[in-house]
Design a protein around this ligand. Structure first.
Ligand code: MF3
Ligand code: CO
Ligand code: CO
Length: 288
């Protein structure tokens, strides 16, 4: 890293002098990094301006999921859901982040039943009575990302399916509750895994949440399995997602030849909910 002088412009683009902007927080971060024994990258701490951007994108993401919730029902195709999300997004001067991301072909992910995540919408997949459906929406507004997903239950689902969906939501809420300055990613993971396993479910370990900001997937990786005190320390103005995936059977997954669609290895049900959150001075702000 280039050494930056106190009278130089700050690295964050504020056009303020470094000493009037990030100098103090960088010094504090350096001391903390020495204390915890690993480098905490300064990019994980967002500026007020960046947070405002992520907040705006997250608000649109929430509105899109509300809109999907009003329209989704038995008989619609996943392609139709994709069209709703795409059109609503562009009508609001935003861009659907999945479209073209690492070659992903659609504007949202729709994952039904044993599909864990990254289900690709298509016109031949029709929602049926009893399906449990995850719709994952990520929008880009003025260069900032907001990422969230919800489960929707179609008609008369089995008690087994409904309970999995309910416990998955509880796991998200419990994960969010752990978020405060000086807690760690491992504290989130520990409580999520504990609640899932107490209810007889397994937690997917091959995917997790992620830092978010001017990019879709940033540091840190937010594992949903682990132990208290492990992983990166949480500090004010870090922004990341929590998005636990719970399986009825084994936690392992397999990926189809399309390189996206991720299924449970044993073909049993899976459920997921996601929010984008910010660490505040004394707790957490849910942005989506
Ligand atoms: N929205 C997903 C997440 O929560 C990522 C989807 S990547 C895509 O991180 F390309 F499939 F859209
Ligand atoms: Co997502
Ligand atoms: Co995400």
């Amino acid at each position: 890293m280039n050494k930056i002088n106190r009278n130089d412009f700050c690295w964050c683009g504020s056009e303020k002098k470094y000493k009037k902007c990030h100098m103090e927080s960088d010094m504090r971060l350096k001391i903390l990094s020495d204390e915890v024994g690993y480098e905490i990258p300064k990019e994980v701490i967002k500026t007020e301006e960046e947070i405002e951007g992520i907040r705006k994108a997250s608000k649109l993401t929430r509105e899109i999921l509300d809109m999907v919730g009003e329209r989704i029902k038995v008989g619609v195709t996943t392609e139709e859901i994709n069209t709703w999300v795409h059109e609503y997004t562009v009508e609001h001067n935003a861009y659907p982040a999945p479209l073209g991301y690492c070659g992903y072909p659609k504007s949202t992910c729709v994952s039904i039943n044993e599909v864990v995540c990254h289900g690709i919408p298509d016109e031949n997949t029709v929602l049926k009575d009893g399906d449990i459906v995850n719709v994952d929406v990520t929008t880009i507004v003025d260069g900032y990302y907001g990422d969230a997903s919800r489960m929707y239950i179609m008609g008369n689902a089995s008690e087994e399916a409904k309970n999995l969906v309910k416990v998955a939501k509880e796991c998200l809420d419990i994960g969010i509750k752990q978020v405060k300055p000086f807690a760690t990613i491992g504290d989130i993971a520990y409580e999520v895994q504990k609640h899932a396993e107490e209810n007889g479910y397994s937690v997917v370990y091959e995917f997790g949440g992620h830092g978010i900001g001017r990019e879709f997937h940033e540091e840190p990786f937010v594992s949903h399995v682990g132990n208290k005190g492990e992983g990166m320390i949480l500090l004010p103005n870090m922004t990341f997602t929590i998005e636990p995936m719970l399986n009825l059977g084994v936690p392992e997954v397999r990926i189809l030849d399309d390189e996206w669609t991720t299924l449970t290895k044993d073909g049993k049900l899976s459920a997921q909910w996601e929010h984008t959150v910010r660490v505040t001075e004394n707790g957490v702000e849910i942005l989506t």
